[in-house]
Design a protein around this ligand. Sequence first.
Ligand code: SF4
Length: 302
Amino acid sequence: MWNDKRYHTLDYELKKTFGQKVIKLSLDGGFTCPNRDGSVGERGCIFCGEQGSGDFAGCSTLPILEQIAQQKEFLSAKWPRGKHLAYFQNFTNTYAKVDRLDQLYSEALQVEDMVGLAIATRPDCLPLEVLELLEEYARKTYLWVELGLQTTNPISAEFIRRGYDLECFATAVACLQERNIPVVVHLIFGLPGESAEDMLNSVRFIAKLGVWGVKLHLLHILKDTDLYEHYLTNPFPTLTQEEYVGLVCDALEILPPEVVIHRLTGDGNKKFLVAPRWSLDKLRVLSSIDQELRARDSWQGK
Ligand code: SF4
């Protein structure tokens, strides 16, 4: 339905828009996060590692143009041809003065073959001047903004130390949508204490918001995180591959067909991933999702 897939992949969407492969380059703009610097919290979200959820991004000590060159070189073996998109991934990529943001974003866009920007941030880091800057960029380039909701369950939100409530998130989505800025939402499956119904309620919530894209993640327990410390003293069951695949297929059936699926599996850093280790075989997880959708004779939005 979307080429060879039963769900609306980002790859399909980008090829449809640009007529060729678009490769995302993960960048580190040297930002921090209010959930780490003491403004909202000091230790960050419980699952967040030292890289601020951007284990594969460029190195923050390098200028953006050098990071871009490095990332292109690194990814050229896998994708020798294609356009590029600058993905500001690590920490909170709108958490700085507007001039600094403008400088970083525009620097990335100067690069030949750079077709747009993806900016990951928090809903509580979108003051009016930042929204106006993003609106300007949305007018002149291909842009989306990513927000990490993870769950709609308030008990889980407190457990993960997210640091903002659902109202803050919904307001941010509305402010971005008013300015025609596409929004991508991250959700995590497998948070301790959450039932399948809790996870699917989060999916139902974002399905109704009219967001442009979704990233589904499996909860990873990584060694350099507070979640790992918690897991050692309070072990909890992590999802099996079968459970995860079933949940992802349920979620895809709930999400409207126009929602772009940016991700269905996480990229856990092999060195740090404690559980679930089965997730390291990403290809197997993805093909199990395809198989399950076929077995159900189902597809996104069904
Ligand atoms: S908001 Fe993002 S960068 Fe900040 S602590 Fe949470 S996961 Fe890490």
